[in-house]
Write a protein that binds this ligand. Sequence first.
Ligand SMILES: Cc1ncc(COP(=O)(O)O)c(C=O)c1O
Length: 404
Amino acid sequence: MAKSISQLIKDEAKRQQNTLSLIASENIAPKEIRETTGSVLMNKYSEGYPGKRYYGGNEIIDQIEVMAQAAAKKLFGAEHANVQPYSGSPANIAVYTALLQFGDTVMGMSLPHGGHLTHGHKVNFSGKAYKFIQYGVDPETGLLNYDEIETQAKIFKPKLIVCGATAYPREIDFGRFGKIAKKVGAYLLADISHIAGLVAGGVHPQPFPHADVVTTTTHKTLRGPRGAVILCKNSLAEAIDKAVFPGLQGGPHDNITAAKAICLQIAAKPEFKRYAAQVVANAKALATSLQKLGFTLVTGGTDNHMLLVDLTSKNITGMKAERALEKVGIITNKNMIPGDLRSPFDPSGMRLGTSILTSRGMGEREMQEVAMMIAKVVDKPTSSAVLSAVKKEVAVLTKKFPIK
Ligand SMILES: Cc1ncc(COP(=O)(O)O)c(C=O)c1O
């Protein structure tokens, strides 16, 4: 007989507790945030914005949404915040809807080089509706080549430039992107979905005042509920709000809006600064340990929460490494590396992130242990003796750092 959903939720909680997750886009949201998403707020409909709703009974929801807007603006130094986007992809599409006409020229980072699907990939709505020119990283260094991006921008004269990434382990120079955008008369959208927690925690520079619009998910390094926010200058506020509702979405998910407010308030506290600094310290420690164990890292290291590992020197593909690691309870994701000749289903690399392990309380010492576990598995992925020994090490470490 199939298991009940409630049993499957218990199973998933156990899986999360008993594994070491290095998925760079995930985190462990605090209990308060998880409970808020499951609260009675989900019963309410509130199409519109605070004070201008299409349904009655919204006096409490209005207070919650205003609180979330205020916290978002304060955290990222923004003039205006829209806290209704259901997630990161619809947030980006809403920005395009607000600023562009179908067919307009836009520049975004290509997916195989670390950009997101919504930054103009051909299978995505963004790549179909707009004429996206894709920029990438230098295949030798793995770094963004700002001179090259500027040259492209001068040739193609985009109406909008999108910066930000899904798989880029280095700081993004928003100032330089802002200058390029200004030179060609383009808007600049900074999609800080991955690094928002680091920006909030003061360990990555802020995108404002260089960007005209900022989008971010709230569930990655920011450690909040599944969702997104859009931040912008006052001059674009009306266009952004109209694009989100009624342009793209219906009723906002008020339970999530409340959880966003809590997450944004937590992210302004000193403890969050310590967490953000530790996320980066852990990523650097993991990087150094892996390099000592013979791994090659794209760009030679990291400035943020993630590492891109080039597995070619280890003679294993991304898919095989991901599968072998999952067998011992280490959860990673295979990833393309710049200039990858292999398919995205079995690429040459893997992406590792330290947000979850940091949220569980682990520090640099544990990162050394994790690096050693990864090396043992990747070096001998078919040895059952190695796999069972590392599985035991994973069990000891996960038990020491329970998910709260
Ligand atoms: C840079 C970036 N933007 C947008 C998104 C989309 O977010 P969502 O999965 O919530 O739609 C992601 C998700 O990984 C991302 O990495």
